[in-house]
Design a protein around this ligand. Sequence first.
Ligand code: HEM
Length: 226
Amino acid sequence: MAMALHPQVQAKAQAEIDKVVGNERLPRIEDRESLPHVLAVMKEMFRWQPSVRLRTRVRFPPALTSDADYGLVPHAASKDDEYQGYFIPAKTTLIANVWAIMHDESVYHDADKFIPERFSEEGAPDCLDYAFGFGRRGCPGVLVAQAHAFVSMATTLATFNITKARDARGKIIEVKAENTPGTVNAPAPFKVSLQPRSEAAVDLIHRSVEHSKTLSERLEVFSLDE
Ligand code: HEM
């Protein structure tokens, strides 16, 4: 969705991939540090639309909403505590308001806009520190999730142009940045067009599909042997 809405962000990320990775292979996780704009696009995705649901700009106490009756992964204070001068009695339900953190205008200017350069060029605080929760109950899948998100994004950008789709009469179907209700923050259904970027991209896509088939065959052999 974000790429169809922001073609200039997409073009910049693709130019970076073309320069650093070329079109002989797909981007890999090892390329992460050499692709700062692509990484910034991923961070901006997690900031602009954090996966957690709680969505309010009320911050009382800052960054924490206490005794809320909705939101993702509520936690409880195991003992009396204090946070920035606010007393939190034991057993209080606490839900980190990740949306408020990610859309705090004093930290992320034009917070509702999609601006990856805030991470790659402006030194904004790394939103990946919050997107997966906090402390000892933070997401244990964080590393695998981030690696997967980066590789999926980078390989898609390397091989496809994502644009707004057109209807049967050729009229552009506008994309609306809307979300589904529910615990997990997912985009509402939307239509985009994915076109391979070149013959080389088509070849890479075919080769990677063949490669994954080989991998799954190897995994099958491995599980049969056991
Ligand atoms: C983009 C992908 C993902 C996102 C955005 C995400 C985000 C989160 C968040 C925000 C929490 C709540 C943390 C908290 O309450 O402080 C969480 C918890 C959790 N996540 Fe993920 N997660 C992702 C992928 C994964 C994956 C791939 C795994 C497993 C391999 C995983 C396993 C878990 C588990 C088990 C918990 C509960 C931890 C606990 O309560 O101690 N997650 N995740």
